[in-house]
Design a protein around this ligand. Structure first.
Ligand code: MN
Length: 262
C-alpha cells in the first residue's frame, strides 16, 4: 500500500530528502528592536525573568517569565497592525485562518546590491527580471528579500541608524501594490528589523510595505535569517504567530521546508 501523504512527508524529513531550514533569529535580551521617534509609544525589548531553577523556588523545575513587544525579533505582522488593514475580518493573530500560515516562498537575492547600498530598494523591474529567470510569483506566495542583512551581528550595525534615520533595504513603494494586487502574494518578508526600508518614513505613502500589504490583507515577516539557504522557488514556509487575542503580530518560529539535500 502506498504510504499516506503525511507518512511520505515524515519519511522525507527523516531521510533528509526534505530539509528544515530555521529562518528564526535567537530571541534574547539583546535582540534589536525598532526605534521610533520619542513622540510615539515604544515597544519593549525582550526580557527573561527566572521563576525557579531546581531550587527553593521550585525544586524539580526550571521556568521563566518573559515579556516583549509583539514585534520583537523574528516576527509576524498581521493586517490589523496597520490602520489600512484594521477593518478586514480575520485580520488579527487569533482570527487569521490557520491555512494561511503555510505557504510557498519566492526568495529574491539582492545581497550583492545591498552590500554596496544599505538603502537599496527592490523595484518592480527587478522582480520582473527575476520572474523571467525563475517563473512568475504564484498567488499565495511569500516574497522574501534576501539581503544578507541578518549577518550584521551587532545591534548598531543591524539597526544602522544615522542622524537622518535608519538605513536598511526594503521594497520600493511601487513594488508593494504590484505584489499585493497583481501577484496576490500572502506577504512580504525581510531580514531587517521591520518589513519596510529604513528611510520609508519619507516615502509616499510613508511605510509603503505596512500600508500597502496590510491594506490588502497581506502579512509581513521581519528579522528573518538563513535566506541564503533557500532556493529561489520551491521552499514552503511555516510561519504561525502566537494566538494572541486581538494581536497585531507576535514573535514566531519561521521554518522552511526545502526539497533536496544540503
Ligand atoms: Mn512588525
Amino acid at each position: 500500500m502506498e504510504a499516506s501523504l503525511l507518512a511520505q512527508l515524515l519519511n522525507a524529513i527523516g531521510s533528509g530528502g526534505i530539509r528544515i531550514v530555521d529562518l528564526t533569529q535567537p530571541l534574547e535580551t539583546g535582540t534589536p528592536i525598532i526605534q521610533l521617534p520619542p513622540d510615539f509609544g515604544a515597544s519593549k525589548p525582550f526580557r527573561l525573568e527566572e521563576i525557579s531553577r531546581y531550587d527553593s523556588r521550585g525544586p524539580a523545575w526550571y521556568w521563566n517569565n518573559f515579556s516583549c513587544g509583539e514585534h520583537t525579533g523574528t516576527h509576524f505582522d498581521a493586517p490589523i497592525h496597520w490602520v489600512t488593514g484594521k477593518d478586514y475580518s480575520q485580520n488579527a493573530t487569533d482570527t487569521i485562518a490557520a491555512e494561511r500560515f503555510i505557504a510557498p516562498a519566492c526568495v529574491i537575492d539582492v545581497s550583492r546590491q545591498v552590500a554596496k547600498d544599505p538603502d537599496f530598494l527592490l523595484t518592480v523591474q527587478q522582480v520582473e527580471s527575476w520572474e523571467k529567470q525563475h517563473g512568475r510569483i504564484e498567488a499565495g506566495s511569500w516574497v522574501l528579500m534576501h539581503t544578507g542583512w541578518s549577518k550584521r551581528k551587532s545591534a548598531s550595525d543591524f539597526l544602522n541608524i544615522g542622524e537622518d534615520g535608519a538605513h536598511v533595504p526594503g521594497p520600493h513603494p511601487d513594488l508593494v501594490p504590484f505584489l499585493a494586487k497583481e501577484r496576490d502574494v500572502v506577504g512580504w518578508g525581510s531580514e531587517g528589523v521591520g518589513t519596510d526600508a529604513g528611510q520609508a518614513f519619507r516615502f509616499n505613502p510613508p511605510f509603503p510595505c505596512h500600508s500597502g500589504m496590510h491594506g490588502s490583507n497581506k502579512f509581513g515577516l521581519a528579522s528573518l535569517t538563513n535566506l541564503d539557504k533557500l532556493p529561489p522557488k520551491g521552499a514552503v514556509l511555516i510561519a504561525a504567530p502566537l494566538k494572541i487575542v486581538g494581536g497585531s503580530g507576535s514573535p514566531c518560529r519561521v521554518l522552511a521546508l526545502v526539497q533536496g539535500r544540503a
